[in-house]
Design a binder for this molecule. Structure first.
Ligand code: GLN
Length: 451
């Protein structure tokens, strides 16, 4: 009830939830009380969560923050949200996001931008909570839920976490099933939690993750005890610091944040090792070819026939065109155009194939580095949160936000963002800890030591 009241009060301003489900939540809470009384409480029994509106929820409208999905109401539950409910968690509602998870500021949502609960000094300007999981980050930061689901294709869990002083982890590609999550770029998409603490994130991921035969890229590996990993000492561990992440024009406060993290890791008994990830500078261009290419293919299904909204025309093609022209926002249309272009005959070799090769080099850089380090420490973002509207009409400036986060997606590695400092105006800044494939345990151990 406290969370439902808090949402009623703050959501008109923050716009974090696009749908609230208070009756459903109260009903589930009663069931949780009953289970608890019988001594049958699950690991997350009664925990009130927000669900990003990219996860299909049975009987509850799911929009991916796009007009094209209209009133689409799934008849099935995504594996990840289903796993959380299996363990006793309950849903307070569906969280706002960038349309189809394309964006870094939540300004591409069909439902309008999410507002961050943070303020820059005593300025009035509204700040972005980041994107695309801005609703998840804003809701967790403003105590409108205990934790939230989110997804990360190029940084959409970690950048919003860094902007709002929360913790977000993108696990190894394949840890969480993608079944029932609206697809953006299937080879990069991963679900993960946004939470208040590293331990909460570990507990949520424990429930969300696990093999699912319904997703052919879901990993069969057994899940380690993530929460136990947060208690592990990092004494004797080696942590890599990649020189290439010291990018041009990086503000001093980000450099200071990084040095602070390095000092804390040393205090906790870790050894710091400078490393080189040579192909880092090609990561952003490669990502912004691969992601739109896959998106252009995935979004072909929104044709006005199968799901949601339809705007009829004089014939079938006109219906497709009308539906897409009115249903998709500007950023989504831009991605479809870029993706279709880089996949077209004559350009495929020059762009898409080359980006795939770069992707392999980036993954190889990481494998080489992990030959001598246990984890990698970097800043999560190149700046603190910016004002809504500040980068709205400059897509390239917006894409530069993802400079530190896209590498982990291209290489499929687990990476966590945690709050570690505040800038001069009191805004949170986040560190990022990247681990080897399937080694979320080291990521959790290092992150908990830095928390
Ligand atoms: N900001 C990136 C993009 O716009 C990443 C989005 C995401 O991770 N879903 O593609």
């Amino acid at each position: 009830n406290a969370f439902i009241d808090a949402i009623d009060k703050a959501n008109p301003h923050l716009n974090a939830y696009v749908v609230t489900t208070p009756e459903l939540a109260r009903e589930r809470a009663k069931q949780s009380d009953a289970k608890r009384a019988q001594g049958k409480a699950g690991a997350l029994e009664g925990a009130p969560l927000g669900i990003k509106d990219l996860f299909c929820t049975e009987g509850v409208r799911t929009t991916a923050a796009s007009g094209v999905l209209g009133e689409f109401t799934p008849t099935y539950e995504s594996t990840v949200s289903g796993n959380l409910f299996r363990d006793g968690a309950l849903m307070l509602g569906k969280l706002n996001m960038d349309e189809f998870a394309m964006g870094s500021s939540n300004e591409t949502s069909h439902f309008g931008p999410v507002v961050s609960p943070w303020r820059r000094g005593n300025e009035d300007s509204k700040l972005t909570p980041g994107g695309s999981s801005g609703g998840s980050a804003s809701a967790v930061a403003a105590d409108l839920c205990l934790g939230a689901t989110a997804t990360d294709t190029g940084g959409s869990i970690r950048q919003p976490a860094a902007f709002t002083g929360t913790v977000g982890i993108k696990p190894t590609y394949g840890r969480c099933s993608r079944w029932g999550i609206v697809a953006f770029a299937s080879s990069l998409d991963q679900a993960g939690p946004i939470a208040k603490t590293v331990e909460d994130a570990a507990m949520l991921l424990q429930s969300m993750a696990g093999h699912d035969p319904k997703d052919s890229t879901s990993l069969p590996n057994a899940l380690p005890d993530f929460r136990a990993a947060t208690q592990r000492s990092i004494k004797g561990m080696t942590i890599g610091v990649p020189e290439e992440y010291r990018v041009d024009g990086m503000p001093q406060e980000i450099e200071d944040l990084w040095q602070q993290g390095i000092a804390w890791a040393k205090d906790a008994g870790a050894t710091i090792k400078p490393i080189s990830l040579k192909h880092t500078k090609y990561a952003l261009p490669a990502y912004y070819i691969v992601a739109p290419a896959e998106a252009s293919s995935n979004l072909a299904r929104y044709d006005g026939m199968r799901y949601g909204a339809r705007v009829s025309g004089k014939d079938l093609n006109a219906t497709y065109e009308n539906t897409r022209a009115s249903g998709f926002g500007a950023e989504v249309q831009r991605r479809i155009l870029i993706g279709t272009y880089v996949l077209s005959a004559g350009y495929y070799d020059a762009y898409y194939l080359r980006a795939q090769k770069v992707r392999q080099r980036i993954a190889q850089d990481f494998r080489d580095a992990f030959g001598s380090v246990d984890a990698i420490l970097t800043p999560a973002t190149p700046s603190a949160a910016f004002a809504l509207g500040e980068k709205g009409d400059d897509p390239v400036a917006m894409y530069l936000n993802d400079i530190f986060t896209v590498t982990a997606n291209l290489a499929g590695l687990p990476a966590l963002a945690l709050p570690a400092a505040v800038d001069k105006q009191g805004l949170p800044l986040g560190l990022q800890v990247i681990g080897k494939a399937l080694d979320e345990e080291s990521v959790f151990a290092v992150s908990a030591a830095l928390e």
